[in-house]
Design a protein around this ligand. Structure first.
Ligand code: ASP
Length: 359
């Protein structure tokens, strides 16, 4: 019965979707010096559901992310530097489910996951379940560059963050009323008790979700991810998230799992994913798309669509990806009604989109 209901919900999401679009820079015959593609989460983001003010805020934040990334890349900065700069800004923006503004676990905590990968060297770093690090993407980068490990989790990851001099923030820094109320609603549906508010959280206040019509599916927008190509021809990818609302038992999603939520390899492509992580892990979505490009001789957009529109949908998973090749081809693909997304290449015009029927 549960499976039938889940199937109905997922097919509802997928059925309402309008699918992928892309810009094939190489097809225009000019290989860019640098390129950048960004997502701010996928889900049931339908035209008319958000207030115009909230929609404008998202579009402005996505446009700003392009500005931040292009400033780094335009000045000859590395793709890794661009990823970190863009994601740090998202982690401070409470619109997004990363850093401040992250969703809450069923226990009333913000447990943050992040990863970064360098396509030139296949070096990578990832962290899972950190609760006190203001910028999990910087911690993931520190793991990559300053530890002999690839992935750290929980208290150990936090000890490493302190040792590395990264900024530590109290639980109240990550707290937003909007995400707290979403978690309370989710717990209500699950028949679970609501935990007490974190120390230092402000008193409850009425919350403007920026949604004209709210429904049970508005549960987790705003994971952020970036793929960048720098002037040296190197690809990098990074992702940061609070995971899924009311997650339990130390659940970890795809975002910190290399090959699932994040992957970069100069031989093929870079990918950052967003969606229900359980499916992305099982399909190793990010590396699978790049493997199709590298070994299947498949064009990037085709590879992305094959994996998202066919394989993810067949498994009844929901979400999307952004991707980029060393040639500067950009693709995005999602099987949800919307995905916050944006792209820019040197010499090109920025594209910022939300809904499935946009470019
Ligand atoms: N992929 C993230 C996770 O499952 C959530 C999301 O992208 O919305 O943790």
């Amino acid at each position: 019965m549960r499976k039938v209901i889940l199937t109905a919900i997922v097919m509802g999401l997928v059925g309402a979707a309008s699918f992928a679009q892309s810009t094939d820079v190489a097809a225009r015959g000019d290989r860019p010096d640098w390129a950048l593609v960004v997502h701010g989460g996928a889900g049931v983001i339908e035209r008319g559901a958000m207030t115009p003010e909230r929609e404008a805020q998202y579009r402005a934040a996505m446009a700003r992310s392009l500005e931040i990334g292009s400033n780094v890349l335009g000045e000859g900065g590395s793709s890794i530097d661009a990823i970190e700069a863009v994601i740090r800004a998202f982690e401070d923006d409470e619109l997004f489910n990363a850093g401040r503004g992250a969703v809450f676990t069923a226990a009333g905590r913000n447990e943050l996951d992040s990863s970064i990968m360098d396509g030139a060297t296949l070096n990578a770093g990832a962290v899972a379940g950190v609760t006190s690090v203001r910028h999990p993407i910087s911690l993931a980068r520190a793991v990559m560059e300053r530890s002999r490990h690839v992935m750290l989790q929980g208290a150990g990851a936090e000890t490493f963050a302190v040792e590395q001099g990264l900024e530590i923030s109290p639980a109240s820094h990550f707290f937003t009323e909007r995400r707290w109320v979403s978690m309370e609603r989710a717990l209500g549906r699950m028949g679970l008790p609501v935990p007490s508010r974190p120390d230092g959280a402000p008193d409850p206040e009425p919350v403007d979700h920026g949604m004209i019509e709210r429904d049970a599916r508005e549960h987790r927008f705003g994971t952020v991810g970036v793929v960048a190509l720098d002037r040296a021809g190197n690809i990098a990818a990074g992702t940061s998230t609070g995971g899924t609302t009311a997650k339990r038992w130390g659940r970890v999603g795809d975002s910190p799992i290399l090959g699932a939520g994040t992957y970069a390899n100069n031989a093929s492509c870079g990918v950052s994913a967003t969606g229900t992580g359980e499916y992305f892990i099982r399909l190793t979505i990010a590396s699978r798309i790049c493997a199709l490009v590298e070994f299947g001789g498949v064009d990037l957009q085709e590879a992305a669509d094959q994996v998202i529109q066919n394989e993810l949908t067949a498994l009844q998973g929901d979400g999307g990806i952004v991707a980029l090749t060393p040639e500067g081809d950009i693709a995005w693909s999602f099987n949800t009604p919307g995905m916050y997304r944006a792209q820019l290449t040197s010499g090109g015009d920025p594209i910022v989109s939300i809904y499935g029927d946009e470019d």
